[in-house]
Design a binder for this molecule. Structure first.
Ligand code: SAH
Length: 237
């Protein structure tokens, strides 16, 4: 091996060493490997295919959306507590629901149940306009600042999502992350023609439903059984 060749090898080995060292490659994201593993083993393996959704799941720092005491579990295959008796959904469920929305860059999206803001961040990776409503104002405020700190532009308000957000309607996609026992009519009304609504419905037994509005008619499909926190507020009356 000539001298130049040896030098090239040496440089290459040093570069590999650097790339392997998380402290030197990206010190701010020590969870990058965990996140990629999460996407491969929990999400792709279960059949989510939309490459934009997979990219978003690989990119959004989920650990920044969970309370400090569970940061180390952020990439586990489970929902996690976020305070106020609420939870951030399991990563696979976030990915599946997002895929079902069939988003385009210019889709107008409404989320009911901001919670930690994680699902909203995934949506904001995929589309230009995301609105999100959270009934617990402390969670809405916290999610709003987490999202802003990370540079995501999401309109978060504190309120009851049962009535949707009429001033911003119609929406091409609506995602509900708390379970009502029946689909709120205002959300169906605020779906654009061709729009998709993804929503868990039920009390003890819940079913994730995909609803489409086609030629003004509502088409409903069951996707999988799920377990979400109950929708609160007006729906309970
Ligand atoms: N999408 C969230 C998961 C949140 S859990 C995330 O990525 O972290 C469901 C959330 O729905 C809870 O924060 C709960 O407070 C909220 N919620 C329940 N009923 C609601 C309602 N009627 N309107 C808006 N938010 C509601």
């Amino acid at each position: 091996m000539g001298f130049t060749n040896s030098i090239c090898w040496l440089i290459l080995l040093i570069m590999i060493g650097f790339a392997d060292n998380p402290a030197l490659s990206d010190s701010s994201d020590i969870y990058l490997k965990d996140r990629h593993k999460m996407v491969d083993s929990q999400i792709i393996r279960r059949g989510v295919k939309d490459k934009h959704v997979l990219e978003a799941m690989k990119k959004v720092p989920r650990h920044k959306f969970v309370p400090a005491n569970v940061t180390n579990y952020a990439y586990e295959d489970e929902p996690l507590p976020i305070g106020y008796g609420q939870t951030i959904s399991q990563p696979y469920i976030v990915a599946l629901m997002t895929e079902l929305l069939e988003l385009e860059q210019d889709s107008r999206v409404l989320e009911i149940g901001t919670g930690s803001g994680y699902q909203a961040a995934i949506l904001a990776e995929l589309v230009d306009s995301v609105c999100s409503i959270e009934i617990i104002c402390e969670l809405a405020d916290r999610a709003d600042s987490t999202l802003a700190d990370l540079g995501y532009k999401v309109d978060v308000i504190c309120g009851d999502g049962y009535r949707g957000w009429p001033e911003k309607a119609p929406f091409d996609a609506i995602i509900v992350t708390a379970a009502p026992d029946e689909i709120p009519q205002p959300l169906l009304d605020q779906l654009a023609e061709g729009g998709r609504l993804v929503i868990p419905v039920g009390t003890l037994r819940q079913e994730l439903k995909l609803i489409r509005k086609e030629n003004g008619k509502i088409k409903e499909m069951n996707v999988i059984p799920v377990r979400f926190v109950p929708m609160t507020g007006e729906i309970e009356k």
